[in-house]
Each structure stands twice: as C-alpha cells, then as structure tokens.
Design a protein around this ligand. Structure first.
Ligand code: SF4
Ligand code: SF4
Length: 440
C-alpha cells in the first residue's frame, strides 16, 4: 500500500483548532434533571410516540416507533417518568415533538435487551438489529444504517470505507474514539463487512492524527484492512471526496456512493454497530467535543441523547466571557443554536461556543466576482452563479447548474470576502427543488 497522503479537487485549509480538546480523554457527562427525546433525529419519517404522560420507562425502552422502512425508533436514554409528550426546541431551529423524561436516578436498563450470538449474524438479522437499536450514520448525516446496508442487487458493494478523517475544525470525538476504543470500531467494521459480503476495506484518517493512524494500524495488523493516511484538507471526510481520494472512483452527478460500488461509514457508527449487535443496547448516547474560546474548560463528553445543551456547558465549567455564537456540530457544517434548551440528538459531534469578540461583525456586501467560491468548491459547481438565480427564485435554473450536487460543505461561504452566506441560499434552493419533486 502506498502511504502517500491522498486527496481530492477543491477544498481549503481552515485552522484545525483541535488542540484544546485533542488530548482530553472522553469523560462521562452527569445526567441532567430532564431528558428531551426528539422524535425526529434521523433522515426519514419521524418516529411515532408510543408512551404517554405518567408512564414509567426504563433505559433503552422504545418511546417512539419507526414509521416505514426509512425510519428508526427512538429510545429512553435513562429510566424515569414521562412528564410530557409535546413540541420542544430542536436543533433544526423549530419546536418539534419530543418525549420528555424526568430521570429517577436509578438509570436502570430494560431487562429484555439482547445481542446476537456468533451463529446469528446473517445479514438480515444484523440489519433488523441495527434498525431496532436506532442506529444511524453518526458522521452527521443520520441516515438509517440498516437502509444504507440494503443496496439493490444491481448495485453490489465491493468496497467499504470507514471514515476517520474528522476534517471539521475543532472536533475531536472520532479521534478520541480511535485512540480509546479501536477494537470496538474494528468489531463494527467486521460486522459491516459480513453484511456486505466481504468487500475490500479501507480506513481513511487525516495525517494530522498520527497517533490515531498508529493505533488503528496496529489494531489492523493481522487483517487485510488498509489504513489510508489522507492529506489534511477540508472537506476530506465528505463521502464523494473520500471515495475519490481513496479509490479514484467518481460518484456520478446525482448518484450515491453505491453507484461507485462503495459504502462509507463513520468510525463512531462502526462502534455503535458493535454495541447494538453484541449487547442489543440501542443508541442512547453520543460523544461530543464541547469546545471553542467561549467555554471555560473544553472537553470530550459522553452524553445521553436528550441532554439539554446548557447542561453540557455547565459540565465544562460554564461560559468563558459573553457568548456570541453557539453551534451544534462543526464550524463548517454545524447549525447555529438560539436556545440552550435544545437537546443533544443522534449525529451531533460537537458543541462550539464562540465569544462575541470572536464573531465577525462585517455585514454582507456585493459579489466582487473574485471567483474564490468557485475555486474551492469540491463539487465543481458555480456557487456565485447558482446563488444569483436562487435569490431570484429561479430554482429551475439553479438545478440545471447542478445545485443538487452541492454537498453543503460551507467552503464557499467560508472563503467569500463579501460575507455572502452562499451555502444558506443553496440549502434553501435545494429544499425548494426537493419539495417540488415530492409534490409533482
Ligand atoms: S457550493 Fe456547496 S459543495 Fe460547493 S463549496 Fe459551496 S457548500 Fe461546498
Ligand atoms: S467568493 Fe463571494 S465575492 Fe467572490 S465570486 Fe464568490 S460570491 Fe462573489
């Protein structure tokens, strides 16, 4: 195997800003006084509530059932009493239905959770277990994993890529997991491989994580899994860019990784798959990096799903200065949060707090046609032209210019000297086009 770092077209090099948390081992975050379990935590149909106010629930119990194939159930992340089933603040910025639990302090698991034995690992059984346990892609996409592991027969998968790039600045959760629990990741990788029929396997890690490359390399020593160092460049961890960097294959415009014979899974998803299959325990916790200049003590925290953001900030010593911007996720693809009552959901890898003096106060200006957004765009589309059409409600023209190929990496917005929120307009245009297609 060549150890020359691999990469892709476009992208940029924001400061990685990982030093504040990279060397901090994952800590367990204490339980909050109230747990808020949103019924919408994945791509696909939201779950349907199946508990009522006054019910007692145990840790791992289903509180919202899946609706349809592209959906997964949601579970209580601790034991306690259901005190509300109502709309609560959600990371999307809206108030959405949630099951609210008052913890009873016993944190008692349901006694009917059960993993699969070695003789029960047929592909269908594993997929069913992952669905029942609510496993979704934890790299941020939150697409149900059992669906991703069900490619149609005419699109066989011959290559599995495990994404350990963690190219978003500030975030160090994947890095800590690779250092602290490589065997759990590799167990999940083997389970993926069993479902897919023994594909070729790569684990891609950016070369600014030499300790993780060393640990994963050692763990893979007696296997045919190939560890691939990747050049440090954002968005190295985006699916299409990762596939191209590692295999040289291009996912066609409008296509999916399976169109190139590839399946991509994040390292945290692999670890969650191992837990679900071996123990039957559903996805009820998440590791998040809580960091940024606006928090007193940056940490990597293992947090129960449903924990309000304010509880995470308290667990990190509170604010450092006057908070100016709070982002759930990374600074490039994360979403700004207006309420600290928003709970942690599946897929959130970080909570970033910036002070008022860290936020660029410049207003949006006119496009100066510098072309920087075009040169960094890894999707090879023309952000400035597309946004000009999108702002004039000409989304059909935006579609012909390839707006649906945008991976929402945020590079164009980051580089724009005129502070134009390009990715925001592009996201809106994509949403309008998809709504038109659904209603057609
Ligand atoms: S147009 Fe989309 S893919 Fe291209 S740089 Fe902007 S956000 Fe990224
Ligand atoms: S980077 Fe900003 S100013 Fe430059 S061409 Fe793109 S939209 Fe215009």
């Amino acid at each position: 195997m060549s150890r020359k770092p691999k990469t892709f077209h476009g992208g940029l090099h924001p400061p990685d800003s990982k030093a504040a948390s990279a060397d901090k081992a994952v800590e367990i975050c204490p339980l909050p006084d109230e747990i808020i379990i949103p019924l919408s935590q994945h791509i696909g149909a939201p779950a349907e509530p199946c508990v009522a106010v006054g019910d007692s629930v145990c840790r791992g119990q289903v509180v919202g059932e899946a609706r349809g194939f592209v959906s997964v159930p949601v579970h209580a992340s601790t034991s306690g009493e259901v005190v509300a089933v109502e709309a609560r603040p959600h990371p999307s910025g809206r108030d959405l239905p949630a099951v609210v639990i008052r913890p009873d302090g016993r944190d008692q698991w349901c006694d009917d959770l059960r993993g699969l034995g070695e003789d029960e690992l047929a592909a269908e059984s594993v997929r069913n277990k992952l669905c029942a346990c609510g496993i979704v892609g934890l790299g941020g996409a939150t697409f149900p994993t059992h669906v991703k592991l069900s490619p149609p027969p005419e699109k066989p998968i011959d290559t599995l890529i495990i994404n350990g790039a963690e190219c978003e600045p500030y975030l160090t959760t994947d890095y800590r997991l690779m250092l602290e629990d490589p065997e759990q990741i590799l167990d999940g990788v083997r389970l993926f491989a069993g479902v897919l029929g023994r594909p070729r396997i790569f684990i891609g890690i950016e070369e600014n994580k030499p300790a993780a490359i060393k640990v994963i390399d050692a763990a893979c020593a007696s296997s045919d899994i190939e560890v691939v160092p990747l050049r440090v460049k954002y968005p190295q961890g985006a699916e299409k860019q990762l596939i191209y960097a590692i295999t040289g294959r291009e996912v066609p415009s409008g296509g999916l990784p399976m169109d190139a014979g590839v399946l991509v899974q994040n390292v945290r998803t692999a670890a969650a798959v191992s837990v679900a299959v071996r123990t039957g325990q559903p996805l009820i916790e998440q590791v998040l990096t809580v960091t940024g200049p606006g928090v007193a003590e940056p940490k990597n925290l293992r947090v129960r799903i449903g924990t309000p953001l304010r509880h995470l900030i308290d667990a990190c010593g509170g604010f450092n200065g006057e908070p100016g911007k709070i982002i759930l996720g990374g600074p490039m693809m994360g979403t700004a949060q207006l309420s600290l009552d928003v709970p942690v959901t599946r897929g959130a890898g970080g909570l970033l707090i910036f002070r008022q003096e860290d936020v660029d106060p410049r207003p949006e200006g006119p496009c100066i046609r510098c072309g920087r957004c075009v040169s960094v765009c890894p999707a090879r589309i023309l952000p400035t032209t597309i946004v000009a059409y999108a702002r004039n409600d000409q989304v059909e023209t935006a579609e012909t210019l390839g707006v649906l190929d945008c991976i929402e990496c945020g590079c164009c917005t980051y580089i724009c000297p005129s502070m134009i929120p390009l990715v925001q307009f592009i996201r809106q245009a994509k949403g309008a086009i998809m709504a038109q297609k659904r209603n057609a």
